[in-house]
Design a protein around this ligand. Structure first.
Ligand SMILES: Nc1ncnc2c1ncn2[C@@H]1O[C@H](COP(=O)(O)OP(=O)(O)OP(=O)(O)O)[C@@H](O)[C@H]1O
Length: 204
């Protein structure tokens, strides 16, 4: 099983930002998306996650396989840590949240409402959600923002374990996580200036 992008163009704010993006991600592989601020990493991840359509090109292998974690953690503020994870387990039709709680060191926080977590704790909960989705492909946008060094280590361990189990991880990050991962610099795919599209996507 693989995720394959062929000649993808994607747009933000009515302008094409990336064009001709082509790569494949194999089972067990982690791939870091690199490139300067504004090149289009977030936009590309959202297209892969199905949150907005590509302008052109083809994506194979993504259907019902992607767990996306963007800049927002997507937590239910009034639910506790364990209730949030149980909620997501129900949504994705999986069972068991214990591994996710342990992986992101949330045991002491299980009864605290998401609203009352610190920024780093919220991020840990948002990343723990990935484990309960049961999805094979993680598409992650700056996943380590707000994490301290220990939590970055927990996250790197979770990525390693996911890949060891045959999962795939695609992430945009500016930091070195010490992972054995391939990198893809998006700079060569930067669209020519002022390429407009009439597609007006909702970008949250
Ligand atoms: N509403 C908008 N209208 C027009 N252009 C926009 C709008 N929102 C974002 N952009 C532009 O779209 C481009 C792609 O943004 P995107 O967030 O995908 O980049 P990125 O590579 O993820 O950046 P960063 O590393 O800073 O997170 C940027 O040049 C940005 O300025």
């Amino acid at each position: 099983m693989e995720l394959r992008l062929t000649d993808i163009a994607c747009a933000r704010g009515g302008m094409i930002v990336l064009d001709g993006v082509t790569f494949a991600l194999a089972s067990g592989q982690a791939l870091m998306l690199r490139g300067p601020n504004g090149i289009g990493k977030t936009t590309l991840l959202r297209v892969i996650a199905g949150l907005q359509p590509a302008v052109s090109g083809q994506i194979d292998g993504a259907d019902e396989q992607i767990a996306y974690a963007g800049h927002a953690d997507g937590l239910k503020a009034t639910l506790t840590v364990s209730e949030n994870l149980q909620f997501w387990a129900k949504i994705y039709g999986t069972s068991g949240i214990d591994d996710a709680i342990a992986a992101f060191d949330l045991t002491m926080l299980i009864d605290r409402r998401a609203h009352d977590l610190s920024a780093g704790q919220k991020r840990r909960l948002g990343l723990a959600r990935l484990l309960v989705t049961g999805r094979r492909i993680w598409a992650l946008d700056e996943p380590t923002v707000s994490l301290d060094a220990i939590s970055v280590g927990l996250f790197a361990d979770a990525v390693r374990a996911h890949c060891a189990g045959g999962g795939m991880v695609l992430m945009a990050t500016h930091i070195d996580l010490g992972l054995q991962a391939d990198t893809l610099d998006l700079t060569p795919y930067k669209a020519a200036a002022a390429v407009e599209t009439d597609f007006d996507e909702a970008f949250l």
